[in-house]
Design a protein around this ligand. Structure first.
Ligand SMILES: [Ca+2]
Ligand SMILES: [Ca+2]
Length: 487
């Protein structure tokens, strides 16, 4: 009881504290970074000393998942606090404010501003060029340099089947100082040195290891080609998948494993992705060093997250756009006041939870529209229970449900997958057709959003619909006998 009274008292005190006493927030977003980071152990050779150090002074969620395995919908969900199935943002377009229903929605930035915080951003936080220039002052106080993928080599290094200009990898440019993410970190470091008025909420978004996977030679040298370990794949892994699983990534600019193997590009891509991760880790390190150098470490909540994962050959594909762990599992690390150090939490967590978690950590009033749940109980005690699984949606009606033991997927046509993640962490054996697991599927299926909003007007890029039994990928009907595109 005394414990409860003191908890209530501390909550009341926190809520009444003047803004000046509140912790700052450093919000670090990384693009397309899967679980290949030291604290998650997704790749045995990856070197991420700065993320390791952050994890050592904070709490890592080892079972955190994005709400959508794609940039714009994932980021929109985190920043609005709403699921893709609520807003209808599933594709790389549109900017969510184009929908009159969300014109006045208060984003994470705006909630902090409303509660006395100075807000700043640089690099990729919202997707692409969002928000449009004229709308920026209404979204964030200070817009630093946006994320622009420059410089680029005169020609692509790798001629991929689709030959999308960004789908490329190799040693480039010569020096760290010439990389765009280096400039983003530099701007963040300078801004911290100049001591922004506070309390502040500062978002820093890095684009590595998103394609193109370019990094200077020294980062490739960390991963000698002759010792490189490739991801484990199972040759016939797709044979037990429902056909609908392929519709989610029917055609992508990211090449398939078959092409990588034939072109002898699998190893170079894996190596370039690892090099890009270590490069971005170093940029994270520069910003965290500045936090320490300028006396902010003790009073700043740091949250580091990635918008979704990335396949590097698993299930025969590269890229995202699937409901398996390889696409949905993301780094999510919190450190700072009120957060247990050197802790790992294995409970499911959602990126959607970041919004309410930061509000609670900073003693700000909760936003009743948030669909996520605060992770503060798990940040104090990693073993604290959590009832809700992590739920990922990719286009209307396709949902993945992840508990500590299970991964369940249901597609818009009703077809299913079920994996025992404790005994089959690669999701190789689909148990959905085994009658003995019918009760497990039923229990998990109740977590899938009952309704998926139709794609928001203006939706485009990687949109899959299934209206009246007709699968349509990016505006083109998929016929029942069309073979899965191998390129
Ligand atoms: Ca992304
Ligand atoms: Ca399989």
């Amino acid at each position: 009881m005394r414990c409860l009274i003191s908890l209530v008292t501390s909550l009341v005190v926190a809520a009444m504290a003047p803004a000046a006493d509140k912790p700052n927030v450093l919000f670090i977003a990384i693009d397309d970074l899967n679980d290949w980071v030291g604290p998650l152990g997704g790749h045995p050779q990856v070197k991420t000393p700065h993320m390791d150090a952050l994890a050592a002074r904070g709490t890592t969620f080892t079972n955190a998942h994005c709400q959508s395995p794609l940039c714009n919908p994932s980021r929109t969900s985190l920043l609005t606090g709403l699921r893709p199935s609520t807003t209808g943002v599933y594709g790389l377009a549109p900017w969510f404010r184009t929908d009159p229903r969300y014109k006045d929605l208060t984003t994470l930035f705006q909630w902090f501003k409303k509660n006395g915080y100075h807000t700043l951003t640089t690099g990729k936080i919202f997707h692409g060029g969002y928000p449009p220039k004229g709308e920026r002052p209404a979204e964030v106080d200070v817009f630093g340099p946006p994320g622009v993928i420059q410089p680029r080599p005169q020609q692509k290094f790798v001629k991929t089947p689709d030959n999308h200009p960004l789908v490329d990898w190799g040693v480039f440019p010569e020096k760290d100082e010439d990389c765009f993410d280096y400039d983003i970190a530099t701007w963040a470091v300078q801004t911290l040195r100049e001591k922004p008025s506070g309390p502040w909420f500062f978002a820093v978004g890095f684009q590595h290891p998103h394609v193109p996977c370019y990094a200077p030679q020294k980062w490739f040298d960390l991963y000698p080609a002759d010792q490189l370990i490739l991801p484990q794949v199972k040759e016939d892994d797709r044979d037990d998948l429902p056909r609908f699983a392929s519709y989610l990534h029917w055609k992508l600019p990211e090449p398939r494993l078959k092409w990588l193997q034939e072109a002898k590009q699998w190893k170079p891509l894996v190596r370039a992705y690892l090099a890009s991760i270590s490069f971005v880790d170093a940029q994270v390190g520069r910003v965290l060093q500045a936090l320490q150098d300028h006396g902010y470490e003790k009073n700043t909540i740091v949250v580091l997250w990635s918008d979704h994962g990335w396949h590097l050959g698993e299930k025969g594909i590269t890229g995202k756009n699937s409901l398996w762990d390889r696409s949905t599992r993301v780094p999510l690390i919190f450190a700072g006041p009120g957060i247990a150090a050197n802790a790992k939490c294995h409970r499911p967590a959602e990126l959607l939870d970041v919004y309410p978690t930061l509000l609670e950590l900073c003693g700000l009033p909760a936003n009743q529209r948030n669909e996520g749940i605060s992770l503060v109980p798990q940040l104090k005690d990693a073993k604290a229970p959590r009832e809700r699984p992590a739920i990922t949606t990719h286009n209307p009606g396709n949902h993945g449900i992840r508990t500590e033991k299970w991964r369940y997927i249901v597609y818009a046509d009703g077809s299913e997958e079920l994996y025992d993640m404790e005994n089959d962490p690669h999701e190789w054996t689909n148990l959905a057709n085994k009658p003995e697991f019918a009760h497990v599927k039923k229990e998990l299926a109740r977590w899938a959003p009952a309704k998926s909003a139709p794609p928001m007007p203006g939706s485009a890029h990687r949109i899959l619909t299934f209206d009246n039994g007709l699968p349509v990928w990016e505006g083109q009907e998929i016929k029942p006998n069309d073979p899965f595109p191998e390129k």
